[in-house]
Design a protein around this ligand. Sequence first.
Ligand SMILES: *[C@@H]1O[C@H](CO)[C@@H](O)[C@H](O)[C@H]1NC(C)=O
Ligand SMILES: *[C@@H]1O[C@H](CO)[C@@H](O)[C@H](O)[C@H]1NC(C)=O
Ligand SMILES: *[C@@H]1O[C@H](CO)[C@@H](O)[C@H](O)[C@H]1NC(C)=O
Length: 616
Amino acid sequence: MKTTVATLLAAAGSAAAVTISEINGNKFISPYNGTQVTGVEGLVTAIEKSGIFLRSTEPDQDDRTSEGIYVFNKAIRDKVHVGDVITLDGKVDEYRSSALYSYLTEITSPINVVVKSSNHTVKPLILGVDTLSPPTSDFSSLDVGGIFGVPNDVNRISVVNPELEPTKYGLDFWESLVGQLVTLKDVVQVSRPNQYGDVWVRGGWKVTGINEHGGVTMLDGDSNPETLVIGSPLDGTSNPDDTKMGDTIGDVTGIIYNAFGFYRILPLTAISPIKSASADAPGASFKSEGNCRGITFANYNARNLGPESKTIPGITSQIVDKMLSPDLIFLQEVLDGSGETDDGVVSGEKTLQALAASIESASGVVYNYTEIAPIDKQDGGVPGGNIRQAYLYRPDIVELYQPNQGTAGDVNEVVDGPGLKYNPGRIDPANAAWTNSRKPLAAAWKAVKGSGKPFFTINVHQASKSGGSSSVHGDARPPINSAVDSRIEQAKITAAFIAQILEKDANAGVIIAGDFNEFTQVEPIQVFLEKSGMLDIEDIVGIPAEERYTYLFDMNSQALDHVFISPGLQKGAQYEHLHLNTWQNYDDQVSDHDPSVAKLNVCGCGSKKKRSLALN
Ligand SMILES: *[C@@H]1O[C@H](CO)[C@@H](O)[C@H](O)[C@H]1NC(C)=O
Ligand SMILES: *[C@@H]1O[C@H](CO)[C@@H](O)[C@H](O)[C@H]1NC(C)=O
Ligand SMILES: *[C@@H]1O[C@H](CO)[C@@H](O)[C@H](O)[C@H]1NC(C)=O
């Protein structure tokens, strides 16, 4: 009799029971979202501060449906232990803390929690061995035109809710494992941690784009979906915050999760490096010739550099000891003389003098500078700072060619010669494309010892991606690339200006450098190259694709900073990225960008030859 009742009850229970894989389904959003489920059975794999994780005891054979799930409830933590097999009823929910993030499927308000048995072995799945390996190039089937396709945000994962293809797309892969306890083998850091100790890593599965320092570089069509961020440890400990790209961690066991805009692993306990990467990046391998046959250049976003900046000694030593005192330095993010104080001061002379004085006292090398003070509060950047581009130059080696100082509002023009109407002068400064952004600073120079032929420089700092971009793991596909339309317009204006110089003299020496705030493969840079006739100096000198980076963001070693040169400057060109900041831990970096250095022959011999041919 008793047995019959029990059997009947069991039968009734199992008829209504739902498995974890059924709850997760084979898409991003649960087919059970918003509904009550009963008889969900799972092994407790981990307990964290606001809930527990379960692994199904009845897995299906479908790689798309995760066998793990999060149960969000504080009280349940006291009722169960890791190793228990339990059943519960609850409500299925899709949770995210911002509209730009993708959702986490979870069970909330659990009731009827029954511990069926205890002390089961809890064995993590080894990623890439017991599971599929993550795809290495694409993030989502919804990324029309790739992850940097323009226009952005044409699809939302949560709206289209595509069927998961975990062998093809990174987000689908990680979604298919959310809630699961896994081990990542042979983990290496590809970033430095953020202020919470979260750090991006790769593991012992197939990874593409690995650079010599151990990071992963963003390549054309490959922004490294096979990497994962390590989030806060489940046991309440903290990950270290002073580690670096290239540090080796070893094995990491934790739960695959989704929060704050990224799939992530929550480690059981704090990670710690077993081997530290070097932070001592090599300096430039070449020096100036001191004449037009070999002028050296540097390009550096010196991050909000003001006269009182604590980074001045660090930047000085980078310029002197690592860049070897280049003849002409393209600087970005030079603050006005009152730094970040919003007091109407716009001139950056005090800042440039402070840096020049620091270099002179460290090395005896004398620098002069040139800039155009912007109109107060019109060029974006840190409040009160009036960031602008400026040139620092060695007056014993180079000088402005027929100087004619422009003001913020003066519109520079290419005149016959070719030459510049204003030297230095800003390009089309009133154009709406530059709203709240930096106007390009064009200048003409000649070597003190040389042919007397001018060469041209344009120092740019295009509109920023920050404030409005969505994450590479976010809901919007392709992800929102903030201000990409402004950068396309900016690129067209600058390109047209350069094209005018090259129209007057196809062999003119033109160098454009700066913080373009965009990657080479993305439309603003592609448009620029197409319309300007300029060449990527990285291609000319043959820097391997994996070593092309000046910045670290999320998982990617990436290049926001570029140097492009005119065809007349190709011969004998040298160029190197100096990883003086990307290799450092958070506290030891003096800027968030790496500088790059170039050496170019600006004698203009090619065009002289042309002239003598014409004379013959
Ligand atoms: C999940 O279901 C709830 C309740 O029905 C609904 O309000 C919410 O929009 C759904 N979430 C998604 C991502 O579809
Ligand atoms: C689980 O094992 C521990 C010791 O390994 C034991 O003390 C405990 O009683 C066991 N619990 C159950 C429910 O079997
Ligand atoms: C520095 O540059 C300014 C113009 O920007 C010029 O007036 C001055 O003579 C230069 N100083 C030296 C030492 O070349």
